[in-house]
Design a binder for this molecule. Structure first.
Ligand SMILES: [Zn+2]
Length: 369
């Protein structure tokens, strides 16, 4: 072969490489990330807290009814009653980080322990001191969602559906061009599917109980229908009721919101396994933006001055994730989530964002190379 032809072929091959999959031995082609805002590790690992199932500390309206739903004599029984999908499938077939009794605390590093700094750390991969409020200001940093959306293989196949209306700023949707549907917003697909019409009727008719945060069911419906219709490769679903009911000192509604989120995850996982694009080719990552207080007084709260609210949890399930269950002796940080999302897809977020923390160790089986 003439040397020039050979060089041209080599050049063509080299330029083609960035468009190829990062690691052809991986099975995951899609990733879904779901967050439960301000949902504590205490409930994840030990289920309902008996000291909060009362009128005074927990604001519980029907104590006997709540106990019937979620109280069991053992921590294992309680957590399975509260989060059946999480414990029967996600933890059994995947991995869970953040159980302090397994010397595996997961913590945020931003020190502020509230939402915008938490989501920014989670999706941009590091704590940025400039992000010190929940104000609707565009994030100066690139998120892993934007990073993926900028790659040809993922372009316009990345979307975020969030109950909280600050997310378009967290993902700087105005400049990144990322699809972010948030808060009390109508779906604008044309024509609308029957379920999308129903979701829009909820937006128009439900009481705007929290002006900046729509009820979880509305976002769940919108996200699920987007998945069915547009088949994104990367989908983020941000749920917010756990945090809102926590602030409202309604432990009953806080637990029911978490239980509903778990059922949503179960339904979503079932749906994914029925769709050829997703079946056995999709990773699921579930986590939270911050913890809450530890006591009967401050369990409702979080923030810089609330001890313990820096502790979170992270769970993952997928075709390339070894079934290690609750991880032992693995201290992790929220900042590792961003690179982990890319890593699960065979991509390296740290090349675009050098300040990002590395992916969670052991989350993905090693490739053959
Ligand atoms: Zn909050």
């Amino acid at each position: 072969m003439p040397r020039l032809t050979c060089l041209l072929m080599l050049a063509a091959w080299i330029t083609a490489v960035p468009e190829a999959r990062g690691d052809p031995s991986l099975r995951a082609e899609n990733v879904i990330i779901v967050t439960l805002d301000g949902f504590r590790w205490q409930e994840v690992f030990t289920g309902a807290d008996e000291s909060l199932i009362d009128a005074k500390s927990g604001g519980v309206r029907e104590v006997a009814d709540l106990k019937q739903h979620f109280w069991r004599p053992t921590a294992d029984g309680r957590r399975k009653a509260l989060l059946p999908f999480f414990w029967s499938t996600l933890a059994a077939q995947g991995q869970v980080f953040g159980d302090p009794s397994h010397k595996a605390a997961a913590r945020l590093t931003n020190g502020l322990k509230f939402s915008y700094p938490g989501y920014s750390e989670m999706f941009c991969g590091f704590a940025d001191a400039r992000i010190d409020s929940n104000a609707k200001k565009p994030n100066p940093n690139t998120s892993v969602l934007e990073f993926l959306d900028n790659k040809a293989a993922f372009r316009n196949k990345v979307a975020a559906f969030c109950t909280w209306d600050v997310f378009p700023y967290i993902f700087r949707a105005g400049t990144s061009g990322l699809k972010v549907h948030a808060g009390w917003t109508l779906i604008t697909d044309t024509p609308l599917t029957p379920r999308q019409r129903f979701a829009n009727e909820m937006v128009s008719n439900l009481p705007r109980y929290w002006p900046e945060n729509v009820f979880d069911i509305v976002t769940m419906e919108a996200a699920r229908e987007h998945l069915r219709r547009h088949k994104p490769r990367v989908l983020y679903i941000g749920l917010g009721e756990t945090d809102e009911w926590g602030h409202g000192r309604r432990y009953d509604l806080y637990l029911h919101a978490a239980h509903n989120a778990d059922r949503f995850l179960a339904d979503l996982w079932r749906l994914l396994q029925e769709m050829p694009q997703y079946k056995d080719k999709t990773a699921l990552l579930v986590t939270t933006d911050h913890g809450r207080g530890l006591t009967r007084i401050d369990w409702t709260d979080h923030g810089k001055k609330v001890p313990g609210a820096e502790f979170i949890w992270i769970a993952a399930l997928g075709p390339d994730t070894p079934a290690l269950g609750v991880r032992e002796g693995a201290e992790t940080t929220q900042s590792q989530v961003a690179a982990t999302v890319a890593h699960l897809l065979g991509e390296n977020f740290q090349t675009a964002s050098p300040r990002a923390a590395p992916p969670l160790a052991g989350i993905r089986r090693l490739s053959g190379r």
